[in-house]
Design a protein around this ligand. Structure first.
Ligand code: PLP
Length: 404
């Protein structure tokens, strides 16, 4: 019998590691050095793991080789509860916390437990595409609400309201945002919560970049504004603690858990089906949350992440026909290519052409479910001098780029 792919994958797409990466790997095999600005992987750019995290993993390694609780190590879950208590999210217990193999696994679990075929989830455009992919894989339909580049990339409340139907089950908010770097103000978050309240939507808050903030902006945990609604907040160790390869994240249920009882039962079944999350990494969660937050040194003026963000923002805006809203958080810039200047019909082709010409790998805007081929994303993790070099070369490439 011929083995064919499941139809469940028909609308599942994750271009950050898509076909252009295959071409980059082919070029690497031929001996070319590729500057990979496609993934937010701090370790790949020389960021080291905080020593206290390594110490806790190493100290506990000899007793971390067995399966653990499906929801996660109790000490880690306690640390998560205390952390959110400090941030103003009250009334949590360890039963509300699930540890996972990165936020990625938990997103898929959360969508699988929620959706029936045809159910709709409001997802931002542009988005971190795992959200759209996970909704699709779970049989749902991602309905994209517009984030407005003219307004600091903030979600457009009117657009959200217009897209709510009787099939809408939930809304996803990514704050700080990947790919735009937007950090949403409290009033805007209150507006989103109000819509969720009116339409009884579940709120999914992906806050994995909550500590990567520039220019003194404040991050407001969305769930603290919605104590009466059922919220699921996601966070983890990949970004702020720079240990993406340890695959460690968590989700926290808050608000009206009573209304979500059967959903929570489903989550428990799914969590137990994958037995447990990677145990060694869980031993570092308490140290991460309770220890010195070394990410601060990197994002404050003089810090490396801040300097790289500044370099990317300045130089991108100096390229004729390119404009970039200043990222206020996270690890990315999402510049616009003026369609009057660059007549790009296929942005994946543009990214491929850049790769072949300059050996730089970025991701096309449509890979983030942005509807038009007029944006791209690059990570701002390299050293400022490498960001400068990369953006200069992107500018050189664009100056002569004509798409047939
Ligand atoms: N959510 C967002 C917004 C991300 O940008 C990423 C990774 O880039 C993830 C979730 C996945 O993170 P993890 O490494 O915890 O799976």
């Amino acid at each position: 019998m011929q083995v064919i792919q499941s139809s469940k994958l028909a609308n599942v797409c994750y271009d950050i590691r898509g076909p252009v990466l295959d071409e980059a790997m082919r070029l690497e095999e031929q001996g070319h050095r590729i500057l990979k600005l496609n993934t937010g992987n701090p370790a790949a750019f020389g960021f080291e793991a905080p020593p206290e995290i390594l110490q806790d993993i190493l100290r506990n390694l000899s007793s971390a080789h067995g399966y653990g609780d499906s929801k996660g190590l109790l000490s880690a879950r306690r640390a998560v509860v205390m952390h959110y208590e400090d941030r103003g999210l009250h009334g949590l217990s360890v039963e509300d916390v699930y540890l996972g193999n990165g936020v990625s696994e938990l997103i898929q679990l959360a969508m699988t437990a929620l959706l029936d075929d045809g159910d709709e989830v409001l997802v931002p455009a542009p988005d971190y595409p795992l959200w759209t992919a996970s909704v699709s894989l779970a049989g749902g339909t991602a309905v994209h609400y517009r984030c407005d580049e003219q307004s600091e990339w903030y979600p457009d409340l009117a657009d959200i309201a217009a897209k709510i139907t009787d099939r809408t089950r939930a809304i996803v908010v990514i704050n700080p945002n990947n790919p735009t770097g937007a950090v949403y103000p409290r009033e805007l978050l209150e507006g989103i919560v109000e819509l969720a309240r009116q339409h009884r939507l579940v709120i999914y808050a992906d806050e994995i970049y909550d500590k990567i903030l520039y220019d003194g902006v404040e991050h407001v945990p969305l769930a603290t504004l919605a104590p009466d609604l059922f919220c699921v907040t996601f966070n983890g160790m990949s970004k702020s603690y720079r240990v993406a390869g340890f695959r460690s994240g968590w989700m926290v249920l808050s608000g009206d858990r009573q209304r979500a009882r059967s959903y929570i039962e489903g989550l428990n079944v799914l969590a137990s089906m994958r037995l447990c999350a990677n145990m060694p990494a869980q031993h570092a969660v308490a140290a991460a949350l309770g220890g010195r937050q070394s990410i601060r040194d990197l994002v404050l003026p003089g810090g490396r992440l801040r300097a790289s963000r500044d370099a990317a923002y300045k130089l991108l805006n100096e390229i004729p026909g390119v404009s970039c809203v200043k990222p206020k958080g996270a690890l990315y810039a999402f510049p616009r290519l003026d369609p009057q200047v660059y007549k790009i019909k296929d942005d994946a082709q543009m990214v491929l052409d850049l790769l072949r010409a300059e050996r730089i790998l970025i991701v096309q805007g449509t890979g983030f479910n942005w509807p038009d081929p007029d944006h791209f994303r690059l990570v701002t993790l390299p050293r400022p001098e490498d960001v400068t070099d990369a953006v200069t070369r992107i500018g050189d490439f664009l100056s002569g780029y004509v798409q047939p």
